[in-house]
Design a binder for this molecule. Structure first.
Ligand code: KIV
Ligand code: ZN
Length: 532
């Protein structure tokens, strides 16, 4: 930290990739993947890791509990509704943490209180006090959020905030739950609450913005300008619906435009790319090519005029150095003669750190690819490693696939799978080679799912390019996404479909808490109040 940076300008980064981010349709992570992401977030200098919603499922509880045990620096936070059972479960989950936080919330907007909670405002007010008081019995780090805060009546909002602080809340988060606000309005909201609530100086204020209108980052920064000092955000901007404010964007905005946004964080920005890649790989959510900070094109210059300018002086078209966010100038060209050392070096350049079996497997796959493909580009290696990371825990693995295709149908696929160590084989027909491939999977692993998306794109150029296939499956309202890459489009398709099935199995193991819709949350709260 430089000497000019003062504590009052320090903005705390509250990462919710593992909670709000993981809640987004299709972004399921396994237990091990969550631990891996949390470890990297901690190393990167995130201040608070919201590791999950412990009452949501045994899996969520276990993840928060294990992350609480392992995290070295960051505060580990568990989310809870206002019911006693929720708070007790969150408290149990964060117990092993060096520094643990309970984040409790309840809806305060007229529309949420009337339709979702079906509770009168006075009852909600009582629950605010009761929930924060209960949470404070477990930890002195309690955060309270009025859900749908930006659509809450100001008088009621101020009353609840004051009561929550009196009951012991140390952080007050005012979420823009539905991504509805605009920067000026969000700025004014924080100003108003901080001025009107008499004990507002006893708590740190926090922003939590959703991106439904594409303003999550701008809104978050407006809240910071109005005095909030915590940003709730997620890597690659993942989260409910259109997502949360993107962590890398808020952090880099304050770093690059420190003249206009004179705030600082504890994040090591050189790790941003690595974390982005890990989150993309474990969720199988691709990062949009032109995404700010971490998109593949964020530092690419293709037009002649731009390239000419860049060669004369990089500042002509670059407002930040690629190294600042962990993008390194690539130097090594990889091919079949490249050894393990060069491969590890290349992985580091690309922002990956693999070890043990994962590294061995990735290296073996790289060698196999280099044998089939003349030039192995960075994008090929990224696709290969992403797949390695995403499939490490898979129970069903592709062993081999051969397909008969051509003008004379029906097309036929013969597939061998390893299902938890058991080798099985099947032949199936289909209306086209992809259909035959998927039918073979269905015969080997009988299931009823809806194929919502099947998408193919080439990882690099040329006819020997790897194909990257994305598949989205849904079953009873649960959605999962997975990617597969291979020079053979059909093999890539099979890998992607199997990846999605593996993720669905993880998701099936999760039991949900009472859904937080139409009275169920209120019922949960009532039941919790009556006791077990
Ligand atoms: O968007 C939201 O309101 C939330 C709360 C739980 C803070 O995610
Ligand atoms: Zn949210």
């Amino acid at each position: 930290m430089s000497t000019q940076q003062s504590d009052k300008d320090r903005v705390f980064i509250f990462d919710t990739t593992l909670r709000d981010g993981e809640q987004s349709p299709g972004a399921t992570m396994t237990h091990e993947e969550k631990l891996e992401v949390a470890e990297l977030l901690d190393e990167m200098g995130v201040d608070i890791i919201e590791a999950g919603f412990p009452i949501a499922s045994p899996g969520d509880f276990e993840a928060v509990h294990e992350i609480a045990k392992r995290t070295k620096r960051a505060v580990v936070c568990g989310l809870s509704r206002a019911g006693q059972a929720d708070i007790d479960r969150a408290a149990e989950a964060i117990k092993p943490a060096k520094r643990g936080r309970i984040h409790t919330f309840i809806s305060t907007s007229p529309v949420h209180m009337k339709w979702k909670l079906q509770l009168e405002p006075e009852k909600v007010f009582e629950l605010v006090v009761a929930s924060v008081t209960r949470a404070r019995n477990y930890t002195d780090d309690v955060e309270w959020s009025p859900e749908d805060g930006t659509r809450t009546e100001h008088d009621f909002l101020c009353r609840c905030v004051e009561a929550a602080i009196n009951a012991g809340a140390t952080t007050i988060n005012i979420p823009d739950t539905v991504g509805y606000t605009v920067p000026e309005e969000y700025y004014a909201l924080f100003k108003m609450v901080r001025e009107r609530v008499p004990n507002s100086d006893k708590a740190r204020f926090s922003v939590h913005c959703h991106d439904d209108l594409g303003m999550a980052v701008a809104n978050s920064l407006a809240g910071i300008r109005a005095g909030a000092r915590q940003i709730e955000c997620a890597v690659n901007g993942i989260g409910e619906r259109a997502g949360n404010a993107s962590l890398e964007e808020v952090v880099m905005a304050m770093k690059v435009r420190n003249d206009a946004l004179p705030f600082h964080t504890g994040v090591d920005t050189a790790m941003l790319m690595r974390v982005s890649k890990l989150v993309s790989a474990v969720t199988s959510f691709p990062v949009q090519y032109n995404k700010a900070i971490v998109g593949r094109n964020a530092f690419a210059h293709e037009s002649g005029i731009h390239q000419d300018g860049m060669l004369k002086h990089t500042q002509t078209y670059e407002i930040m150095q690629p190294e600042d966010v962990g993008v390194k100038e690539t130097s090594l060209v990889m091919g079949k003669h490249s050894g393990r050392h060069a491969f590890v070096h290349k992985l580091e350049e690309l922002g990956y750190k693999l070890s043990g079996n994962q590294l061995e497997d990735a290296f073996a796959r790289f060698k196999a690819l280099a044998d089939r493909k003349k030039h192995v580009y960075d994008e090929d290696i990224e696709a290969l490693v992403d797949e390695e990371i995403a499939t490490a825990q898979d129970r069903i693995k592709l062993v081999s696939l051969s397909v008969m295709a051509g003008t004379r149908g029906p097309q036929r696929a013969t597939m061998r799978l390893d299902i938890e160590g058991r080798l099985v084989v099947e032949e199936a027909e289909g209306n086209g080679p992809v259909d035959a491939t998927f039918n073979a999977i269905k015969a080997l692993v009988p299931h009823e799912v809806v194929l919502e998306l099947y998408q193919v794109h080439a990882v690099t150029e040329g006819t020997d390019a790897q194909a990257e296939v994305s598949v989205r499956l849904s079953e009873n309202g649960k959605t999962v996404t997975a990617k597969g890459a291979d020079p053979d489009t059909l093999v890539a398709s099979a890998k992607a479909y199997l990846g999605a099935l593996n993720r669905l199995m993880v998701k099936r193991l999760r039991t949900k808490p009472q859904p937080m819709t139409a009275g169920a949350e209120a019922e949960d709260i009532r039941r919790a109040e009556r006791g077990p």
